[in-house]
Write a protein of this length. Sequence first.
Length: 325
Amino acid sequence: MFAPPWRSHKLSVFAWHPADAAAQTPGPPASSRGARPARDATPERAAQPRQPVTLLSAGTHAVAMPQLGYGVHQIPAHRCREATLHALRTGYRAIDSTSVDDNEPAVGAALRTTDVPRNEIFLTTKVCNDRHGYDQTLAAFEASSKRLGQGAVDLLLIHGPCPQQERYVDSWRAVLRLRDEGRIRAAGVTNFGIRHLQRLIDETGEAPAVNQVELHPYLTRTQLRAFHAEHGIATQAWGPLARGGRLLRDPVVVAIAREHARTPAQVVLRWHLQHGNAAIPKSADPARATQNFAIFDFELTPDQVAALDALDRGELTGAAPATTT
């Protein structure tokens, strides 16, 4: 029987600092690990910043997810392995993948290549919209698991409600089964609106641990985030910098960036963290990916957060349906 790496935890909570992870993650005794030096002892790993986490509800226990992750959506498969490896070297410990872009094999190859232990990496993947239904969802997970080369993942999301199919509740039941069997640590959704979330709660008695939606200062989703807070659903932002670059050229964002001697992207990502949103910025450019991670050593003032809040115009910049508003 498959045993996921976290099965022996009484409380499945990851620690996102190497010293904490070494202390909390069970493993074989040191004598059985061979002569290789402990990876956490290297100066590079010891210098990694302590990252804030978002606690996810996962049935009878809690799971800690790094608040800042790395998204690989639309990164070409031939570049995805190196991009993921660079993200892990930079310090990212949450990797958000999907079968839509055929880059799960590249992510899996990166996980097998990196010297970051698997139990320090929070891995997400998704059930695509064409795989709705109970049996289809189970089969989709098995296929993703094989492509990733992972018997288990940390978070599985249903990629969208696809209300015209009327099968997302069946998919949700399948995802909950995978969680209860230990194949995933937490269960969530993507691009779900309030009515879709409420239906999952009404018909299964369980809210998703995460709802991943487009979210940024041009699209703050106040009502949806309030619903999340009421029901213990973590808000995770895809497209956290908005697409097209207009937000990062906004005079308000640029002015705040100058005040902190930071990039506009760093200011927006810091805005997410101070609101309690998890965020998964994506950049195949190594320098930008590194810059996006360097946001743990400064804070926006309350006035600056309010100024960014005031930019809200309900503007979708991605391809998500408006059902999530």
